[in-house]
Design a binder for this molecule. Sequence first.
Ligand SMILES: C[S@@+](CC[C@H](N)C(=O)[O-])C[C@H]1O[C@@H](n2cnc3c(N)ncnc32)[C@H](O)[C@@H]1O
Length: 261
Amino acid sequence: MKPDLQNLPLILKPFILFIFLSSLSFLAFLSLQTSRQTLNKTTTENASEQLPSDLKIRPGYSSYDAYLQRQLNKTLNPKLREIWTTRDWTRKVNVFSDFFENLKQRELLFNGSKSLCIGARVGQEVAALKRVGVDDSVGIDLVPYPPLVLKGDFHHQPFDDETFDFEFSNVFDHALYPWKFVGEIERTLKPGGICVLHVLVSRRADKYSANDLYSVKPLEKMFKKSELVELRSIDGFGLDTEVVFRKRRIKVFFFFFLPFC
Ligand SMILES: C[S@@+](CC[C@H](N)C(=O)[O-])C[C@H]1O[C@@H](n2cnc3c(N)ncnc32)[C@H](O)[C@@H]1O
């Protein structure tokens, strides 16, 4: 027999509301615990056990410090830094601006999007975001380049959970721990936030890369809290594919409890 909820005694309604809210909190707590356990597990397990077959970590890094040193050798090179900040600057900002304008037209990026560029080196992509009107933008890299780029390791982003509406990166191949790279993006993106990656799948990247991606399938597996919304071929500084993910909004079992309120 269906209970007549409208005619419940008035005194019972606050009690039922309390049960409803407690159940919601309990479900939220459970989901938080599960995602924490998953992250801890994936960051400590052996890489080869958890990676899909079409993503390979390059061998030869004896330690995390050895990996960082290799990245820094190039990023700190004074002659290259001079070139990146002078001769290369306008050309790269122009190309990045075209990509971001295109994302705005596809309604994946907005002037009000709080945005992060991951592995931004001297910040040409950050300058491009600002040029197309996305003012609240910043980059991170192992080497800071103020004010556009802050110091930060993309395996441990220096930001709170759910900080950004939009994250862009063309350095996925530099991640020694790709699942941490992705986990950090999903942690710092707001629900509904957009992540755009430019990756290379048709051939091997340069000697500073730490992994090789043979298709976009591993990305789909690693972006556990997101859905793939767009995939297209591009020509972006040697990278051939643009992949767009949207972080899922949390589903609350609201409708299940609605009749009790
Ligand atoms: C190929 S460069 C790309 C630079 C920039 N996105 C561009 O297109 O001009 C790769 C960048 O990733 C940075 N990088 C490598 N490992 C990193 C890490 N663990 N955390 C943050 N940045 C890192 C390097 O310092 C370097 O600046």
